[in-house]
Write a protein that binds this ligand. Structure first.
Ligand code: S3P
Length: 430
């Protein structure tokens, strides 16, 4: 592989990958560990905080809000100031490319006695924010956006009004935003979730929840106190996903993935890949900081296409781009439905995967809510783009390893949003 100044990477076909994969710490858990530590009264320690750009955006915003964060031998020490200790920032809070930073932080800032402005990069500035400003306004927050997009201007409003909110979209970011705003509301705020989304917020805060029919009710009381603690962050399942698929589709491959977070609200891809015929072994399952983790082993497997739709889509939403690559190499047709949310990610991921796989000669049809991929033919080389999206860059890299000729990926630097070591790891495993 080589990298030009424009960050175009050329991926050469691979004859197989072997070894142990170095994975980054989980991005979703890291954002939350940092935010919750800032709101705790006292010092929390985070073991293994990611160097990836998105979680670093959360740290930068917290520093601007007056939180002291120190590097330690094992990770970070965050000196929390309690629920009411944040300070106004003189300058806008830059969330970079990170939707999780902007949406979760908005929940916290909506209930502060000071005003804030949140900005993001070009991609984040066109992602939908009405999904958080609508419920926050129902809680009496005062927020201006530009036609539902960032920048977000949040004016002082404390306390907020507690509410019961049925989630109109399966989104852990919206759920978490409203629950965090609930910390600054009088009374109990309850989220009603019909389709399960990742549950790190409720799990990490130890919130109470119960089920009514098929809906989960999750509640938080205003002034709920967050205790300082030690967080240990498992390896990111969504990063592991690239190597789980590489392990299946490349010849003569055997990969070991240590300490991978296996929170059941995140691991639907394991079930899908196994249903396609993947040889994946789970070993040494244990619970650390309330999250299950285990070591995974994957080896070359013959995959078959299948239909993916319904509630599992929210669980595998970040893994669908790499699942498309698995589908392109599987025998038969894979049909992914009910996945319109993919159009609201860092780029329109349905369009991006149709574009990228077509450029490599795959027969793929774009649909409003997903894609249909006919697998089983070999991938050609070609020119593709990351569209500035980390998961597209890494998915196309794995496709490139399985192609018969080199694949050039424009905008490959996007991988460092979630996985700065990705390219070095790939090179080492060859
Ligand atoms: C995330 C939730 C998901 C996911 C994102 C991280 C989180 O987004 O796609 O990468 O940490 O809460 P949505 O809540 O928009 O589905």
């Amino acid at each position: 592989m080589s990298q030009s100044p424009k960050a175009t990477r050329i991926i050469q076909p691979s004859r197989g990958l072997v070894g142990s994969v170095e994975l980054p710490p989980d991005k979703s858990i890291a954002h939350r560990a940092a935010l919750f530590s800032a709101l705790a009264d006292g010092t929390s320690h985070i073991v293994g905080f990611p160097e990836a750009e998105d979680p670093q955006s959360t740290l930068a915003c917290l520093r601007q809000l007056g939180i002291r964060i120190e590097d330690t031998d094992t990770g970070l020490a965050i000196h929390g100031k309690g629920l009411h200790g944040l300070k106004a920032s003189d300058t806008p809070l830059d969330c970079g490319n990170s939707g999780t930073t902007m949406r979760l932080l908005s929940g916290i800032l909506a209930g502060q006695p000071f005003s804030s402005t949140l900005v993001g990069d070009a991609s984040l500035s066109v992602r939908p924010m009405g999904r958080i400003t609508d419920p926050l306004r129902l809680m009496n927050a005062e927020i201006d956006s530009t036609e539902g997009h960032a920048p977000l201007h949040i004016r002082a409003a404390y306390p907020l009004k507690a509410m019961e909110y049925p989630l109109p979209v399966a989104s852990a970011q919206v759920k978490s935003c409203v629950l965090l705003a609930g910390l600054f509301a009088k009374g109990t705020t309850t989220i009603i979730e019909d389709i399960p989304s990742r549950d790190h917020t409720e799990r990490m805060l130890g919130l109470s929840s119960f089920t009514v029919g098929s809906a989960k009710h999750i509640s938080i009381d205003g002034d709920f106190s967050i205790l300082p603690r030690m967080w240990s962050i498992p390896a990111d399942f969504s990063a592991a996903a690239f190597f789980l698929v590489a392990g299946c589709i490349l010849p003569d491959t055997a990969l070991h993935l240590p300490r991978v977070g296996l929170n059941p609200s995140r691991t639907g891809l394991l079930d899908v890949l196994r249903a396609m015929g993947a040889d994946i072994q789970i070993r040494n399952e244990r619970v650390v900081s309330g999250e299950t983790l285990a070591d995974l082993d994957v080896r070359t497997s013959a995959l078959n296409g299948l239909e993916v739709k319904g509630d599992i889509v929210a669980n595998i939403i970040d893994e669908i781009p790499i699942l498309c690559v698995a589908a392109a190499l599987a025998e038969g047709t894979t049909h992914i439905k009910d996945a319109t949310e993919l159009r609201h990610k860092e780029t329109d991921r349905i369009r991006a995967m149709v574009d990228g796989l077509s450029a490599l000669g795959v027969q793929v049809t774009e649909q409003e809510d997903g894609l249909e991929i006919t697998g089983g033919t070999s991938l050609s080389g070609g020119d593709v783009s990351s569209f500035g999206d980390h998961r597209i860059a890494m998915s196309m890299a794995i496709a490139g390893l399985a192609a018969s000729e080199p694949v050039r990926i424009e905008g490959s630097q996007a991988a460092s949003i979630s996985y700065p070591g990705f390219w070095d790891t790939l090179e080492r495993l060859r």
